[in-house]
Design a protein around this ligand. Structure first.
Ligand code: PHE
Length: 338
């Protein structure tokens, strides 16, 4: 049996030598060190030996057991420390970068517009995207057969064409006049919809900011002064501008405001189509019929209004030549702003 014990010791030593993980070590324990394991079986056979062999073999067996358990414990400690070290923080690793979201360019431009007008005493109002014919057209003095009511321009929600997606923010003029007692000084940012072909210059869904002032005294001069102050804060105090006569059913007189092309400074380029000027908004004195439709007496009150497209302004600021770039949600584009 002595020889057998020496063999066993070699075998167990070799197994322990080969162990590289806590799992392998556990397998070893389950095979050899548990109640019915190898060592227990050997000890059982030792008990049945004749008494005269017991002292010698017993010493050997005891030494074997001691040695194996000691090595087992050593290996277990080493492997456990290793596993712990692997779990601890490596302070030499570079930090993990995390990315802050940003505001969309349209929101940035809108925030600037809002801040300029609120400093001039305007409040911010909103109206619904889904409108009725009354607010979007009729109360704004569009004659019944006006081409702007045509299917080509308007997305209708109901077949009778009474409910529609608003084609501009001007219907909110009517809502404001019908709910707020003058004086009114409000801007109205919002989404608008037109049944238009999507191309580098136009989208079917875009944003406008409407402006409305209604008071006992106001004037076309105040309208011009307000818009000039806006342009100078938005594009710089030296920005050249001009007003051109225009037509809208809901304003009289009506005008459009242009600024010197911010890209070519008037030389003529692709963005201003060679003219050197960029149209930035429509405006005019609120038509007496519109005041009346808003529940106000045109003999007592007068007002002015303006409306501008936000995408156009964002495109100019970012020097984009395709409006669709704003809505690709491509971080390579969005991350360039501010
Ligand atoms: N609603 C007009 C448009 O969409 C702009 C405008 C607003 C013009 C207010 C005059 C007054 O083109």
């Amino acid at each position: 049996m002595l020889e057998e014990l020496q063999e066993l010791r070699k075998q167990l030593d070799a197994e322990l030598q080969a162990i590289t993980s806590l799992r392998e070590l556990e397998d070893f324990r389950l095979r050899h060190l548990v109640r019915r394991g190898t060592l227990a079986q050997v000890r059982e056979r030792f008990r049945q030996l004749p008494a005269e062999q017991k002292p010698v073999v017993g010493r050997e067996l005891h030494a074997l057991e001691e040695a194996i358990r000691q090595r087992y414990n050593e290996i277990r400690q080493r492997l456990e420390t290793q596993a712990e070290e692997q779990l601890t923080v490596d302070l030499s690793l570079p930090g993990r970068r995390f990315f802050l979201g940003g505001r969309h360019p349209i929101e940035q431009v809108l925030a600037d517009i809002v801040s300029i007008f609120t400093r001039m005493g305007f409040c911010v109002a909103e109206g619904p995207d889904i409108e009725d014919d009354e607010h979007n057209f009729t109360a704004l003095n569009f004659p019944p057969e006006h081409p702007a009511r045509d299917m080509q321009d308007t997305f209708f929600v109901t077949p009778d064409r009474q409910i529609l997606l608003r084609t501009h923010t001007s219907p909110v003029q009517i809502r404001l006049m019908r709910t707020l007692p003058p004086p009114i000084r409000a801007i109205v940012p919002g989404r608008v919809y037109r049944n238009e072909e999507i191309n580098p210059r136009s989208l079917a869904e875009f944003h406008q900011v409407e402006g409305l002032v209604v008071d006992r005294t106001t004037s076309f001069a105040e309208l011009k002064g307000t818009l000039v102050a806006f342009v100078q804060q938005m594009y710089g105090p030296q920005t050249a501008y001009r007003f051109r006569p225009s037509f809208f059913p809901f304003t009289e007189p009506s005008a459009e405001m242009d600024i010197r092309c911010v890209l070519c400074r008037g030389e003529g380029c692709r963005v201003c189509k060679g003219s050197g000027w960029l149209e930035i908004c429509g405006c005019g004195m609120v038509h007496p019929a519109v005041l009346r439709n808003g529940g106000l007496d045109p003999e007592t009150y007068l007002g002015f209004a303006f409306g501008m497209g936000i995408e156009r302004i964002a495109m100019l600021r970012l020097a984009l030549d395709d409006i669709r770039l704003l809505y690709l949600n491509d971080l390579r584009i969005l991350q360039q702003f501010r």
